[in-house]
Design a protein around this ligand. Structure first.
Ligand code: CA
Length: 238
C-alpha cells in the first residue's frame, strides 16, 4: 500500500513541486494551503506523514502541529524559513518530529521523508510483533462457561478436564470461537481452517461440527453452543 502524505504549504509553486516529486516516488499526496484545511484533511485522510509549512494563512503551522499532536501521532516534518522558527521547532515545544529549513533540495526532502516513514514502519512492525508474542505468552485463554480454549497448548478443557480432540477439530473450534456470534459459511470455514489446497467439500465441515458437538454440547441433538443457521452456515454462541 502506498503511503499517504499530506503537504501543507500555501506557496502554490512549492506546493506543486512537492506534490509532483512525492507522487513520482509513489506516494499518494494530498495538499492543503491553510491551517484550517490542514486540520480538516489530516482528520479525514489520516495520512502517514505530514509536511507542514509554518507561515500559513489563518492558523500557523505551530498551532496546526500542536492541535494535531493531541489527536494523532502521525509524523510531522516542519518546513521552516526563519531562524526564530527553527528555535521553536527544535525546542520541540510544538511536537514536530523533524524539520527542514527553506530553501532545501528535493533530494534532501525525499530522503528525510523516506527515513521518517521507515522509522514509523519499523516501530509499528515491532509493536505488532511484540503484541503477537504477548498474546502467545499469556495464552489469552478463551473461556466460555465450562469450556476453555488455550491457544498456547492447543488444548480444550471441559469442566477443567482436557478434551481429546483431533487437530482439525481444535482449529475449527478455535476459529469459531474467535468469531463468536458471527454466522460463518461452510465455504469460509473450509477456506480458513482447511486452506485453499484442501480437496474435499463442505460436508467435511459438517462432519467436524458434529464431532465437536458430541464433545462440547450437553445434548448434541439440540446444540446451543455451535448452532446451525439455516441456509447460511454455523454460529458459535459461546
Ligand atoms: Ca508559507
Amino acid at each position: 500500500m502506498p503511503e499517504v502524505i499530506l503537504v501543507v504549504e500555501d506557496e502554490v509553486s512549492l506546493q506543486e513541486t512537492l506534490a509532483y516529486n512525492l507522487k513520482k516516488q509513489g506516494y499518494i499526496v494530498h495538499t492543503a494551503a491553510t491551517g484550517g484545511q490542514a486540520l480538516k484533511s489530516a482528520r479525514e485522510i489520516k495520512p502517514d506523514l505530514i509536511l507542514l509549512d509554518i507561515m500559513l494563512p489563518e492558523m500557523d503551522g505551530f498551532e496546526v502541529c500542536r492541535t494535531l499532536r493531541q489527536e494523532m501521532n502521525t509524523p510531522i516534518l516542519m518546513l521552516t524559513a526563519r531562524d526564530d522558527e527553527i528555535d521553536r521547532v527544535v525546542g520541540l515545544e510544538v511536537g514536530a518530529d523533524d524539520y527542514l529549513t527553506k530553501p532545501f533540495s528535493m533530494r534532501e526532502l525525499l530522503a528525510r521523508v523516506k527515513a521518517m516513514l521507515r522509522r514509523v514502519r519499523l516501530i509499528n512492525e515491532d509493536a505488532a510483533a511484540r503484541s503477537a508474542q504477548d498474546s502467545v505468552l499469556t495464552g489469552s485463554t478463551m473461556i466460555f462457561g465450562n469450556l476453555e480454549i488455550n491457544p498456547v497448548r492447543r488444548e480444550m478443557l471441559l469442566d477443567g478436564k482436557p478434551l481429546a480432540v483431533k487437530p482439525k477439530e481444535y482449529e475449527l473450534l478455535n476459529y469459531l470461537s474467535i468469531h463468536r456470534g458471527k454466522v460463518l459459511t461452510r465455504e469460509t470455514i473450509l477456506e480458513k481452517v482447511w486452506g485453499w489446497d484442501f480437496i474435499g467439500d463442505s460436508r467435511t465441515v459438517d462432519v467436524h461440527i458434529r464431532w465437536l458437538r458430541e464433545k462440547i454440547e450437553i445434548d448434541p441433538a439440540i446444540p446451543i453452543r455451535i448452532v446451525t443457521v439455516r441456509g447460511a452456515g454455523y454460529r458459535f454462541e459461546g
